[in-house]
Design a protein. Sequence first.
Length: 343
Amino acid sequence: MSFATHVQLATIVIACCHPVPAPGRTAEDDGRHSRTVVLTYQATARDIPPETEILDLWIPVPQDDANQTIHRLTIDAPGAVSLSRESTFGNLMLHLRRHRPEPEVKVTLTIVATRDENRGGADPPGPDERSRLLAPEPLVPLDGPIRRRALAATEGIEDQADRARALYDAVLDAMTYDKSGSGWGRGDARFACEVGRGNCTDFHALLIGMARASGIPAQFAIGFSLPPETREGTISGYHCWAELYVDGVGSVPVDASEADKNPSRREYFFGNHDPHRLELSRGRNLTLAPPQHGPPLNFFVNPYVELDGRPFPNIDLDVTFRDAQPDEAPAIGPRQDSPGNDP
């Protein structure tokens, strides 16, 4: 996807030349199932104090990859925005700065995107990325109970692909998708290891930690799950998943939490990601672009706001989707819809 790096517009459309396929089509190249949707992501910073001098708002922006095509991105914002990438994972994001902001600031992204079924096999990471995907993180340590559980799950297994599957099975056998109580939802591998419950972040923090402790590079990704049984609706929360990189095989997509919620698909979700999802970002402990003043973000799927350099919690996020129609093909090249005033 091509994009403008700085836009002095209130409403812009950034389009690619990828045609929009018919709903439910099968990809022509290799028979993978795909899904094309129109997703609306609306972020609202509210109750902004009148003494605020500067508001900074960041929003993750989905981008093209081997399994995802962004046909059109429409941005509706109250002033100039920039699109840039952070350097560690290459995540794309929108940044808006407002001087003396209004009490409420709203930015809306409308995205036309196709997600293909991911059956894995992508090339392994290069040396630098491999090192990063084998390293511990603040909430994903590789020692103590994480390492002990990984060693127990893979004892006597020599083949790395078989070890990866053993780790996946061990996480599913140990974990239950359960959002009751507190402590879940941070992607805390030690919490997941000790308590044995949580949401998708906890499942995949434990799996990624065990994989890295076993010498298998593992990647975290986050976005939204698209209900497969409905053609339109509201998305109430995020979803995350992982990829393992196995010697001699390449990438192995895994979705342990979906496998726990759908036991009949346990086999499928080791080695596949279904097309009913949209990825917004990868990695954890993120420094944004331009850098935020606050600490690194645990993960990046919700909008993030700072007022005068301090994190601001009053942010509402509304996400809706609908299946796209074939006639919603993108225009060729960028188009300006309406002028705005630069603050």
